[in-house]
Ligand binder design. Structure first.
Ligand code: PSZ
Length: 285
């Protein structure tokens, strides 16, 4: 039996009912988060739930829980479902109301659902790297919001899969923004490059961990826009996300990156990232 969370109630997945009039279903009118679980513990949960509340605020939705309450929900789901290595998924929609574009009345409550699922770390991809394919960034101009509206991302990811690649790299006006479900990084002459945290990308929590680790370990960072041509000429490329962690990119549009193996800076960052996971595992409670 898998226990899900639904508006304050923990129940078996099969017993949870969501309205056909839910605005998530009609419009993708909602926001979500994915939080990694290592050794039964939540990784960077504070950062994820802060972003969750920020995303909700940006679409003018009030959520009825605090960061601490959301953390409690996620912890309970992981514990009750015996999740040692996996993730917690949580989403909030604007609730159920007869279909109309404008917001429903105050009486309509958000629909919050969450679950915890076993999901092992993609260790072979992390070690060996993946191929990526570039595609036009056709998405809207509020990519900073972690919205349920993922059609642009879904189409891009499928295009990459159809080409035998693991991820799509979005390019807007010649500039590399991010992946369909990841942030993009390049290394040139020992300096790390990534798109600045503007409205054109999701400011990934893993991205922020990387930037902190660079500061701590004296790795130079340029958070400046770079072109696809520049990206393809970098010595090393990698992508980051909650579940992909730091995944090296070994080819882009069929062109080999560097010498075709994960780069030195990438591997160094993987090593210090691993230490943050280890530190979490060592924490008491
Ligand atoms: O399991 C999965 O496939 C996941 S878990 C998180 C993501 C995918 N992607 C998050 C994401 C994203 O959707 C976009 C468009 N840009 C960047 C990211 C990375 O964000 P963090 O590091 O917060 O997961």
């Amino acid at each position: 039996m898998t226990t899900y969370f639904n508006n304050g109630v923990y129940a078996d997945k099969e017993t949870i009912k969501v309205s056909i009039d839910d605005r998530g279903y009609y419009f993708g009118d909602g926001v979500y988060e994915v939080i990694k679980v290592y050794d039964g513990k939540l990784y960077t949960d504070q950062e994820h739930f802060t972003r969750f509340l920020q995303s909700a605020k940006k679409i003018r939705m009030d959520l009825p829980y605090t960061i601490d309450e959301f953390t409690g929900i996620a912890k309970k789901l992981a514990a009750d479902n015996g999740i040692v290595e996996g993730h917690v998924y949580i989403q909030a929609t604007r609730g159920a109301a007869p279909r109309m574009h404008n917001f429903p009345g105050e009486e309509v409550e958000p629909m919050i659902t969450a679950y915890a699922i076993h999901n092992p770390r993609p260790l072979s991809k992390i070690k060996e790297g993946v191929a990526v394919k570039t595609t036009d960034d056709i998405r809207w101009l509020r990519c900073d919001i972690k919205s349920l509206n993922l059609l642009g991302n879904v189409l891009a990811k499928q295009e990459a899969y159809d080409a035998g690649c693991a991820e799509a790299v979005f390019v807007r006006d010649g500039i590399v923004t991010e992946g369909s479900s990841s942030n993009m990084f390049g290394v040139k002459d020992g300096i790390l490059y990534t798109h600045p945290a503007t409205n054109l990308i999701l400011n990934g929590i893993t991205r922020r961990v990387i930037l902190q680790l660079c500061a701590k370990h004296s790795i130079g960072v340029m958070e400046e826009p770079f072109t696809l041509e520049q990206f393809k000429e970098m010595d090393e490329l990698f992508l980051t996300s909650t579940t992909s962690e730091i995944t090296p990119i070994v080819s882009i549009d069929g062109k080999i990156v560097g010498d075709g193996a994960p780069g030195r800076v990438t591997e160094r960052l993987q090593q210090v990232f691993e230490e943050t996971i280890h530190e979490l595992k060592m924490e008491i409670n």
